[in-house]
Write a protein that binds this ligand. Structure first.
Ligand code: CAO
Length: 556
């Protein structure tokens, strides 16, 4: 064992920053790159990662301390062989300083009110976000019609290493938002168009890639190997209050991520950290109180509309705590990231949606014969037409005929979609993922089969992007390649129905005169009874069966 001091790495132009959060305590085992503390300047907050793995021996900072590059954060006990040579004891990589500080500092130094106001549309682009490329939009914080202040956060983006909020470089009314959840963005991409009184050009100018060096005060060098720090939206110098910008919960990126994984609505939490910041403990305490049936929490949750981000507080018994080792040997295994995320979502959907499931059978004798024939003819082209592709196409026809299945609940309103994106559940070594075939109504069976093959491969390789998995209207979960007869799939909120499909098999079917051997496909349709009635569900399934029995009906 060796003792290693972990220091604050190069944090760009920030001289001294305040420690606002301690993310570990003595005795904790930390991994290399795990965040240790959160620091905040007048322009930004960021998490400081560990450069090594080990066990925290001593914390060398406390809340409120001022630190700068080289300050010792803590002493780590590391396995002898792993202790880094002296030269490497310096932080391996500096955190990516929040480049949006650039736009902040510009806007702050030239406030819109003091400047001659201009009017007309102004484009807001993604500023210099350091080395982060193709970051995903995980939160959209504004909507068209909102009045936006300069520096107000518009969206939150997340890479595999960090999350950050992207602020507006100008003030005005949001005319058009050019990105949506799941999109990936890069420096210079157009985010939004504002209208009305805007900051003068110099202040409002976005930071395209070429002008990353723009304002000297804000230019920050970002090393190639960026540690998993999480720069977040600047807390502007003039707003050191507890109130988060635009009413957003005040929490660090890791806490936001943690809350998202558990399905905890941050907006309903009261932060116990400095300036009202929500800490990981606050999120854990909230979860425990919901599990324990805390009435205050339930009341808060009950206030949230059914289709809002609110979770469901149920007055349930606590989860049984059992010492399994009393009964026999056990092995403990961490749940995969995908399982944790999908588990939290499935749990919410199961609890919040009144599911009903209808079972039916479709006669696919002719369709399967056609599919096999097509695959024989196209063997050389290397494209395999799958039954699932036909199911996607048939579902689109059914969604068109029964539009309330192609909808989402939004409070007391039903949002009827006029596009047809169909997701399919894919089993991967790490868990269940749900990629989406976009605009399935505009694609043929061959193209859908091809896209499905590509998405299923990406899923197995763990390479699906959030964009690949967002925007679905309806989901199909096919266990047909595995077996089974029927099951009750869980609806993928905010969708209102999901189709489960099992293995087809030859069955004797009475044709009025005799039993005929027919290939029957078992269908299980789960639907949200708040939106769909039983009769409509039975008609949807029956129509789906008719189409699968004779695809010419799609043309009618
Ligand atoms: N009946 C009979 N056979 C079927 C069938 C059905 N309904 N559906 C597929 N098959 C056959 C295929 O024709 C294929 O046979 P051949 O290799 O002889 O051509 C075989 O089963 C394997 O198919 P597949 O499952 O690999 O391919 P697919 O297009 O049917 O499905 C995918 C692709 C990604 C959906 C699938 O691999 C998968 O992951 N399924 C699991 C989904 C899941 O886990 N759902 C549960 C969610 S709830 O927890």
């Amino acid at each position: 064992m060796a003792l290693v001091d972990i220091q604050v790495p190069d944090i760009g132009d920030f001289d001294e920053v305040t420690v606002i959060e301690l993310l570990v305590k003595p005795g904790d085992a930390v991994k290399a790159e795990q965040s240790l503390i959160t620091v905040e300047s007048d322009k930004a907050s960021m998490e400081i990662p560990s450069s090594q793995s080990g066990v925290v021996k001593e914390l060398r900072v406390t809340l409120g301390d001022k630190v700068k590059q080289g300050s010792v954060v803590l002493t780590l006990e590391v396995a002898g062989a792993e202790a880094a040579p002296a030269a490497e004891k310096k932080p391996a990589a500096a955190p990516a300083a929040p480049a949006q500080a650039a736009s902040n500092s510009v806007a702050t130094s030239a406030p819109a009110a003091a400047a001659p106001a201009a009017s007309g549309p102004v484009e807001v682009r993604v500023p210099d976000i350091g080395d982060f490329k193709d970051v995903s939009v995980i939160e959209v914080l504004v909507k068209p019609g909102d009045t936006i202040k300069a520096e107000q956060s518009l969206i939150t983006v997340e890479s595999d290493k960090a999350s950050m909020e992207i602020p507006s470089s100008a003030a005005g009314v949001l005319k058009e938002l050019k990105v949506k959840l799941g999109d990936t963005v890069n420096i210079g991409d157009l985010l939004a168009v504002l209208e009305g009184s805007v900051a003068p050009a110099a202040a409002a100018a976005p930071l395209p890639a070429a002008s990353a060096s723009a304002p000297a005060a804000a230019s920050v060098s970002v090393p190639a190997a960026v540690a998993p720090v999480a720069p977040v939206a600047a807390m502007p110098a003039h707003e050191p209050t507890a109130a988060p910008q635009g009413g957003l919960p005040h929490a660090s990126p890791s806490v936001r991520k943690f809350a998202r994984e558990l399905g905890v609505p941050l907006a309903e939490l009261k932060g116990s950290g400095p300036k009202g910041r929500i800490t990981q403990d606050d999120v854990q305490a909230f979860t425990k109180s919901v599990m324990a049936g805390d009435t205050r929490t339930q009341a808060q949750v009950a206030k949230a509309p059914a289709a809002s981000a609110g979770g469901a507080g149920l007055d349930l018994l606590p989860w049984p705590k059992v010492d399994f080792t009393k009964f026999g040997p056990v092995e403990r295994r961490d749940m995969s990231r995908i399982k944790k995320i999908s588990g939290a979502n499935l749990h919410r959907n199961w609890v919040m949606i009144p599911h009903v499931c209808n079972h039916d059978d479709a006669d696919i004798t002719e369709l399967e014969a056609f599919r096999v024939q097509m695959n024989k003819e196209n063997e050389k082209a290397g494209i395999k037409i799958t039954m699932l592709a036909f199911l996607i196409k048939a579902s689109v026809a059914a969604l068109k005929k029964f539009p309330e299945f192609n909808a989402s609940l939004d409070g007391d309103q039903l949002v009827l979609k006029q596009y047809y994106n169909v997701a399919f559940a894919a089993d991967t070594p790490n868990g269940l993922v749900v990629p989406v075939i976009k605009d399935a109504d505009k694609k043929g069976i061959v193209q859908i089969s091809q896209e499905m093959g590509e998405l299923a491969k990406k899923a197995r390789d763990g390479k699906l992007s959030p964009a690949d998995m967002s925007g679905a209207c309806f989901t199909i979960s096919s266990l047909g390649g595995i077996g089974g007869r029927y099951f009750t799939p869980i609806i993928n909120a905010p969708e209102v129905a999901i189709l489960g499909v099992c293995k087809s098999q030859m069955e004797p079917v009475w044709d009025g005169k005799a039993f005929q051997p027919r290939l029957m496909l078992p269908l299980s349709l789960s639907w949200d009874h708040r939106v769909i009635d039983g009769a409509a569900a039975a008609r949807f399934n029956a129509y789906l069966g008719q189409i699968l029995a004779d695809f010419r009906r799609v043309l009618l």
